[in-house]
Design a protein around this ligand. Sequence first.
Ligand code: MRU
Length: 365
Amino acid sequence: MKVVGWGGDHVKMLDQRLLPGEITFLELRDVDGVADGIRNLSVRGAPAIGIAAAYGMALAALSNDASDRASWLERWDADRATLRGTRPTAVNLAWALDRVDAVARPLLDEANFAEAGADGDSPWLRSVEAFRARVLDEARAIDAEDEWMCRQMGDFGAALVPQGARVLTHCNAGGLATGGYGTAVGVIRSAWARDKGLHVFVDETRPLLQGARLTAWELDQEKIPFTLITDNMAGYFMRQGKVDMVVVGADRICANGDVANKIGTYSVAVLAKHHGIPFYVAAPFSTIDLSLPGGDHIVIEQRDPSEVTHHAGRRMAPESTRAANPAFDVTPHELIAAIVTERGVMRAPYTSTLAEAAAVSMART
Ligand code: MRU
């Protein structure tokens, strides 16, 4: 199921807040609506919010009715800033916005049109139409490439999964978080398809239960056997020797291999290290941010404390409770056995393996 897509004159977005109970697609007709959908987690997961932002820019281009270049680009940039400001941690969002801008903006260069006003078949309108088409093409390409990259990661990652492995995952890095198939869940799906006879431990992932609501739902659809556990049970099962490997997704990976992912990932990585269990990260290169040397530079999104004090609209803590709600944490590279990407499996020293792989331009097959 595609979680986000283009509806001709609107953005279609699966409202993941309602899963697993209800499958409802939102029809978003302006950039503010797409921004709200990203902010309120109707769409979530690093690659999926990048794709949503790219389709959001297709909407921005369609609704922009300014009749001269300067005001057109001013509105375009304001819409880009709105989308960019929604969630700070996953780099895919800014990556997708920059990519769309880079291919479309030259179509409005001085050289490409004569400023002729908005009447009839003017060069200006032709430029705008070309711009709109180019943005939509790029959004669709980002979407399609992401699914392809997930399948590549699945192929590479499956080779790391031992026969009969018990695999623990945290949060949701599945088809719901991507253009399709999933990153960490993609590795699990590919291993399952190769008859590895897996069993998955799914961390419920407090406070918003992406594991319980989304990963469990996806695995159930795929008929992959799993056990749902609360986050604080991971150590119990590791100590009993019931977990053979961990695989998670990522929101941003720094040049040195430090990984930001859903809050609680770091605790799982420390536990895995203590128990001698390999801890893998699966993420496409669109999640790798070589401009940041290490995890201390990553901006961690702080969300509304009511997500911690309340559950399903009901208060769970006394009225006066102060709660903290960092949405992500950073797992230092020392705790990571390998990073599975669409370009292969990267191992330490990440500073050189990631940089070398990033330099290779990949031809899509
Ligand atoms: O707050 P969320 O649900 O957007 O957080 C999602 C995660 O942390 C995922 O693990 C990550 O984005 C990778 S998704 C392929």
